[in-house]
Design a protein around this ligand. Structure first.
Ligand code: AMP
Length: 430
């Protein structure tokens, strides 16, 4: 994947200021833009019985008016972030620079461009960035640079909300630290804990994990965080949503207070701010956050009168041309599995990812979908969080999301990297 050169004009400011030291800028490549609200352009007459709560989906959260699920994609002119640095400017160790080159990264993305100098100086950081903005490399590269100079065991820790995200981070770590004699351990649920303990005992330089498994290993006395110099909290807002706040607090309290802390979140709410304040010392903030909803995603609602009708309408949609790579969202693990089984049985091969699947099952499903072996994946919000799957043609919300925030996350899986995407949301219509 290569980075778009800075030859086109900036046409729109995408980012939102985020406090001290903040600046604006879209994701790299400029194609992904999230300007405007989903309600804009909504044909409000297409659905106007929004007084009561929807009967389908959205059982946990607040009522979302269906007009918020409608948006005519506007052709957003390319907005290309103009990086002020090249990777060479960061003066990374030769081997690291070669690994960056090998990965094909030519120009830093906005979050990389703005946060790497801050992180290299040792400051704490609040990075307001969505998935897909290149935030992983933004925190990994300075960590690897630091480890190259001082390869202290267990001195870097990354906490992420989901197994898949943690795994993607570890993969990137391995690629960027290739041939540097730096070792990582992945601590996530659903994988053999004894193996993780063995790897931990061997002494990795960096630990990447999810809160639940890390807590488990701490309770067993296997996870010593007394050496930690750099701590990363990735997708902190998601971790809060998922109820990990106490676990995170417990884990962070086991790290030395003189550590450097890098805190990433796509949103900044009062509870996020509170959490950030309790963990960070005099942080600098970089915001490349894109607003609400991708304007490049065509969004519409689909009416269905009953459960059976919904399945029928879905089958019709899936048979249509252009539904090449469809990510379907369901509310519960059980419902997601049932829907995938139903589709499978009715001639639409589908895979499912949700929390009741083992790690290896999830990985296989993800790989089959990512490599186009299977063109339909059904997922829960949690399982799909933070995934970087290219070329999703359609996101279909079979069940409505619990919150508008979740909606934005879901539809952000399509229309990536400048590709046009479509999102459809089922609503009850009686
Ligand atoms: P992330 O937001 O960290 O999940 O990154 C999203 C995707 O962009 C990943 O596939 C990265 O490998 C890729 N990426 C990140 N930074 C760059 C860059 N500077 N140049 C090209 N690709 C990048």
């Amino acid at each position: 994947m290569s980075y778009r050169p800075k030859n086109s004009q900036s046409t729109r400011r995408l980012g939102q200021g985020g406090g001290q030291g903040s600046s604006q800028g879209g994701g790299y490549g400029g194609g992904r833009s999230f300007g405007g609200s989903a309600g804009r352009g909504a044909s409000s007459n297409s659905f106007n019985h929004g007084r009561s709560r929807q009967k389908s989906g959205n059982k946990r959260g607040a009522y979302i008016h269906p007009s918020k699920f409608i948006n005519k994609a506007v052709a957003v002119e390319e907005t290309v972030y103009e990086a002020t640095h090249t990777f060479k400017d960061f003066k990374f160790t030769d081997r690291l620079q070669r690994n960056i080159d090998f990965k094909g990264y030519e120009i830093p993305s906005a979050i990389q461009d703005q946060s790497i100098p801050i992180t290299l100086q040792g400051h704490d950081l609040i990075g307001l960035a969505n998935t897909g903005t290149g935030k992983t490399a933004a925190f990994l590269l300075p960590i690897i640079e630091r480890l190259a100079k001082e390869p202290i065991l267990r001195s870097a820790v990354v906490i992420a909300p989901t197994r898949e995200l943690a795994q993607q981070i570890e993969e990137q770590f391995r690629e960027f630290s290739y041939d540097m004699r730096l070792f990582s351990t992945l601590l996530v649920g659903g994988s053999n804990i004894d193996q993780q303990i063995r790897r931990l005992r061997r002494g990795p330089h960096i630990i990447i994990g999810t809160p639940g498994r890390m807590m488990d290993l701490m309770k067993r006395g296997e996870l010593d965080l007394g050496n930690v110099k750099v701590l990363v909290l990735d997708e902190a807002d998601r971790m809060l949503d998922m109820g990990f706040v106490n676990d995170i607090q417990t884990i962070v309290n086991k790290t030395p207070t003189d550590r450097q802390t890098l805190f990433f979140s796509a949103t900044i709410t009062p509870s996020i701010e509170k959490l950030a304040q309790s963990f960070l010392r005099d942080p600098k903030t970089v915001s490349v956050r894109t607003s609400d909803t991708s304007q490049s995603v065509d969004q519409d609602i689909v009416h269905a009168t009953s459960k059976d009708h919904k399945l029928e309408v879905l089958a019709n949609l899936l048979s249509q041309e252009g539904f090449d790579k469809v990510l379907l969202f369901g509310e519960t693990k059980f419902g997601v599995q049932r829907l995938a089984d139903h589709l499978d049985k009715t001639g639409f091969p589908a895979v499912a990812i949700h929390g009741n699947k083992s790690q290896s099952q999830r990985q296989r499903a993800l790989k089959d979908f990512a490599t186009n072996k299977v063109s339909i994946m059904v997922a829960t919000d949690v399982a799909a969080r933070g995934l970087d799957i290219p070329n999703v043609s359609h996101v279909i919300n079979f069940d409505q999301p619990a919150t508008y925030e979740d909606y934005v996350h879901r539809i952000g899986r399509t229309g990536r990297g400048g590709a046009s995407g479509k999102a459809l949301t089922f609503v009850d219509h009686r």
